[in-house]
Design a protein. Structure first.
Ligand code: FES
Ligand SMILES: [Fe+2]
Length: 390
């Protein structure tokens, strides 16, 4: 398998892993999937905001009905930004000369035009979907695939509450994909500082794990075995979601299901969305759990401090993010993979690259990519300590 990967590497080039513009192989691959693009709570009815994702500048707005719409970033007339426009009903009018667009990007009115226009004006328009506190969008060619791959039973479980977090990192998305396939970094990066239970004996402590990776219908199942009582399984969904369980921020409290997406803004910035599902319905207790998370924490705002190795004042749940940020941004805004030396503990990094390079290879040769589908049977992500099945 390693030989295959090297061959594909030579053919496709590892640089293709980090390029996400519309005309790149990865840009084409990513545009075949739904991605979260905003926190649902950040977009209020009747208002618009600018959004950059997959190297495209866009306008995200909610109509007065509450439905979200994602259309081009600039007006089709003389190209001023559209997010400064006025939302009325389900449409938005440009502030400059009033050209009006519907939620699919079709221009529906040109108020200052006296003569009828021959060609209809159309800017980009992409379907959206609200799920687990996030707004998802599909930026590829029509028809959009069914909204199925991002779904998880744990995110639809009425016994759980969900809260969300968004961060924006100033480095390439694929470094973050590789990091989520690197179970060994828990033993080191997440001991960089003091991290309470997550950095203690359960998740990050103990032996260097034995690693195993298996491709599934939806992505990759990662298993890190540190002892017979400490087996961590994570369920990674193609192309950019990682689902793990982890202790909550309140000692002795419920564990969290953390479903995280890494979405390229462009090649040097990444949106990171998280849906945290917790088995706790008591609103006061939920507020206590949420309050322990600094939901406003952006590692990039603390970069200077973090790269001095100073973790003072950063709360425990945010520390995990800060440590990952230091490790991953520390590789550079775009990591030069020609300088690396992979070892056997990087099995997950090699594995996930191989999967991507295979898919990029198929696109470059005009062949079909894998038909990724939601798991027919969810992977059980047990809370450690977990006995290994005999
Ligand atoms: S630039 Fe938008 S209406 Fe003229
Ligand atoms: Fe990490």
């Amino acid at each position: 398998m390693q030989g295959d990967a090297q061959e594909i590497d030579r053919e496709i080039g590892k640089d293709e892993l980090h390029r996400t513009g519309p005309d790149t192989l990865m840009g084409k691959l990513l545009r075949r999937f739904w991605h979260p693009v905003a926190l649902a709570a950040d977009v209020v009815p009747g208002r618009a905001r600018p959004l950059r994702v997959l190297s495209e500048d866009l306008t995200l707005y909610r109509g007065e009905s509450g439905a979200p719409y994602l259309i081009g970033g600039r007006c089709g007339h003389r190209c001023t930004v559209l997010h400064t426009g006025v939302v009325a009903g389900e449409q938005i009018s440009c502030m400059y000369h009033g050209w009006r667009y519907d939620g699919t990007g079709v221009c529906t009115d040109i108020p200052a035009e006296k003569r009828p226009r021959g060609n209809p004006i159309r800017i980009a328009g992409y379907p959206t979907r609200e799920y687990a506190g996030l707004i998802f969008a599909y930026l590829g060619e029509a028809p959009a695939p069914a909204f199925d791959l991002p779904r998880k039973s744990v995110l639809e479980d009425s016994s759980r509450s969900i809260f969300n977090k968004r961060e924006t990192w100033d480095c390439n998305w694929f470094q973050q994909i590789e990091n989520s396939m690197d179970a060994v970094h828990l033993n080191f990066a997440h001991r960089w500082g003091v991290v309470g239970e997550f950095g203690g004996s359960i998740a990050a402590g103990g032996a260097i794990p034995d690693l195993s990776y298996a491709e599934t219908e939806s992505g990759v199942r990662q298993t890190a075995t540190r002892s017979k009582d400490n087996v961590r399984v994570s369920d990674w969904t193609f192309p950019n979601n990682n689902h793990v369980v982890a202790p909550g921020p309140v000692a002795g409290g419920p564990w969290l299901h953390l479903s995280s997406w890494h979405v390229p803004v462009d090649d040097t910035h990444t949106l990171r969305f998280r849906a945290c599902a917790v088995e706790e319905k008591d609103p006061e207790e939920m507020e206590r759990i949420k309050a322990r998370y600094d939901l406003e924490f952006e590692p990039v705002d603390h970069a200077e401090q973090l790269f001095r190795g100073d973790l003072n004042g950063i709360s425990e749940p945010s520390l995990i993010s800060a440590q990952d940020y230091v490790a991953v941004k520390g590789q550079g805004a775009i990591f030069d993979r020609s300088r690396e030396n992979l070892s056997s503990s990087d099995a997950g990094v090699a594995f996930v690259r191989r999967v991507f390079l295979r898919e990029l290879g198929a696109i470059s040769q005009g062949q079909s990519t894998k038909r990724w589908a939601r798991l027919s049977e969810a992977i059980h992500l047990a809370e450690p300590p977990v006995k290994v099945a005999e």
